[in-house]
Design a binder for this molecule. Structure first.
Ligand SMILES: Cc1cc2nc3c(=O)[nH]c(=O)nc-3n(C[C@H](O)[C@H](O)[C@H](O)COP(=O)(O)OP(=O)(O)OC[C@H]3O[C@@H](n4cnc5c(N)ncnc54)[C@H](O)[C@@H]3O)c2cc1C
Length: 462
């Protein structure tokens, strides 16, 4: 058997999942080729292959840690390029229905605020600076090609923008092409069952715009997260991006969204439960247009349950699971998956044939990583209109979460735990373990009257 450092891998897709897995595998494989259908911009520009490019994108603490392990110094490089650190517990104002804003407690980790193209451009620059990684642009992968006996993937068929067709061979393949469905189509061709696709239907209507906001119209925070009231599903975010500008996002689950004009946008902000975002917007000026994105459902493909799967192939990122983006999880999960992919390979290096039979190990590991973010996505079952099959324990998990948030107001330890879970630093299953299980087994106690008075509310009509 050839040594792994003499073998090659093709990664399809140069999004966050593709770039992170290329970097992860570059430490073991001799050659990594990333193939993408887009032309990559020189700097931080949106591109068509990532239609969500213009939408607000935050990198959670857990995702940042994963990227820091894959690309040493990633965080400082991101900041040097114009991203903003926002310390969790003190610099992000989180407005949750029925609760006061939690007391300021600066925790030891932060989230990163910037545009999605900035994050991707820094990651792309760092990954492509790796000597054994190359990028093939303007190359649409049409098909994964299997060996004659159908047991493993051996090549990809590519249509170049020039119109030419090419076949690229490699020893291993990573499908990071989001919803291009390359792997499900290959399974059809090989007469193997597709993974079950579990959906949570949310009809999310998402709108993001760039704003200039004068400093006096913002508060003692770096960012605002306004969580929806289950009664109307309306929410919003205010995140600092490059050059002192702001990303303002307004969204609704099962609703009409924020409209297309600045006036409608402002009106929607006014309709939120508090006026934090509205006050900043009213004093600000829009820079460009309002960009919309509709997501019908969170969806998770259960590759871990398949008995048959072609060899020499794995799937990563949105190609496995995509979530309601309001929880800000996708890039972080893709980065954590890539870090885990490196570990799975590292554990197999001693085997005679480390590239074969990796799928069961890998997809099981992914299922463990996906447990936490998927459980967050399931909180959308709080809306009666949400479609999909509810796990038997989903209501209990929501109750545990409510108790945790309520206790987080009084108790710094509970606040820290909640921040770790929502930043994907600790899995949600931690809440079911001692000592937390016992503490969280009770319903949330009522707020004391002095705290009740601090719950932020909408002003009377102006
Ligand atoms: C509206 C919205 C807002 C979001 N906000 C956040 C957020 O705040 N925080 C967060 O962490 N995540 C967020 N996400 C999720 C995040 O964008 C994705 O989870 C993340 O980009 C996963 O990356 P990926 O590499 O799997 O896919 P992508 O980043 O989408 O990349 C897929 C790549 O594959 C290429 N490609 C596709 N088909 C082919 C083909 N046939 N041949 C060659 N190349 C191909 C595309 O050009 C693209 O480069 C958001 C998502 C949406 C929809």
């Amino acid at each position: 058997m050839q040594k792994i450092n003499e073998q090659s891998v093709i990664v399809i897709g140069a999004g966050v999942g593709g770039l992170a897995s290329a970097k992860a595998l570059s430490t073991m494989f001799g050659k990594v080729l990333i193939i993408d259908r887009d032309t990559m911009p020189d700097g931080a520009e949106p591109r068509v292959g990532v239609p969500q490019s213009r939408q607000v994108h935050v990198l959670l603490g857990g995702g940042l840690r994963a990227l820091n392990t894959l690309v040493p110094g990633f965080e400082d490089k991101l900041v040097a390029a114009g991203a903003n650190r926002a310390r969790v517990g003190s610099e992000i104002r989180v407005e949750v229905p029925g609760l006061p804003v939690l007391p300021e407690r600066p925790f030891e980790f932060h989230s990163m605020c910037m545009t999605r193209p900035l994050l991707e451009s820094v990651l792309r620059r760092e990954v492509l600076a790796t000597p054994n990684v190359e990028l093939l642009e303007q190359a649409n992968v049409m098909e994964l090609l299997a060996s004659e006996d159908g047991s493993r993937v051996v090549a990809v068929k590519v249509l170049r923008r020039s119109g030419e067709e090419e076949v690229h061979k490699a020893d291993f393949f990573v499908d990071a092409a989001s919803r291009a469905d390359l792997t499900p189509k290959l399974l059809d061709k090989l007469d193997m069952p597709r993974p079950v696709d579990t959906e949570i239907g949310i009809d999310l209507n998402y709108s993001t715009a760039v704003f200039d906001i004068p400093a006096e119209a913002t508060g003692p925070w770096k960012a605002v997260i306004h969580r929806p009231d289950p009664a109307d599903g309306r929410a919003g975010f205010l995140f600092p991006i490059e050059n002192g500008k702001w990303h303002v996002n307004l969204n609704s689950v099962h609703g009409d969204g924020a409209g297309r004009t600045p006036e409608e946008f402002l009106e929607f902000a006014y309709s939120l439960r508090t006026h934090t975002i509205y006050d900043a917007l009213k004093a600000g000026t829009i820079d460009g247009k309002i960009n919309k994105f509709i997501l019908k459902a969170s969806s998770r493909r259960r590759y871990e349950d398949l008995d048959r799967f072609p060899g020499r192939l794995i799937v990563i990122g949105d190609a496995i699971c995509r979530y309601n983006p309001a929880y800000g999880q996708g890039m972080s999960v893709a980065s954590q998956e890539a870090a885990a992919l490196r570990e799975v390979f590292a554990e197999r290096l001693a085997l005679d044939n480390p590239l074969d039979g990796i799928a069961p190990d890998y997809f099981q590991r992914m299922a463990t990583i996906l447990g936490a973010p998927w459980s967050v996505a399931e909180s959308d079952f709080v809306y009666p209109e949400t479609r999909g099959e509810r796990s038997p324990d989903v209501m209990e998990r929501m109750r545990v979460n409510k108790t945790l948030l309520r206790l987080a107001y009084d108790d710094p330890k509970m606040h820290h735990l909640w921040a770790e879970v929502t930043n994907l630093i600790k899995p949600a299953t931690t809440l079911l373990e001692d000592p937390w299980r016992e503490i969280l087994s009770q319903d949330a106690p009522p707020l004391p009257p002095e705290a009740e008075a601090l719950v932020p509310r909408r002003r009377a009509a102006e």
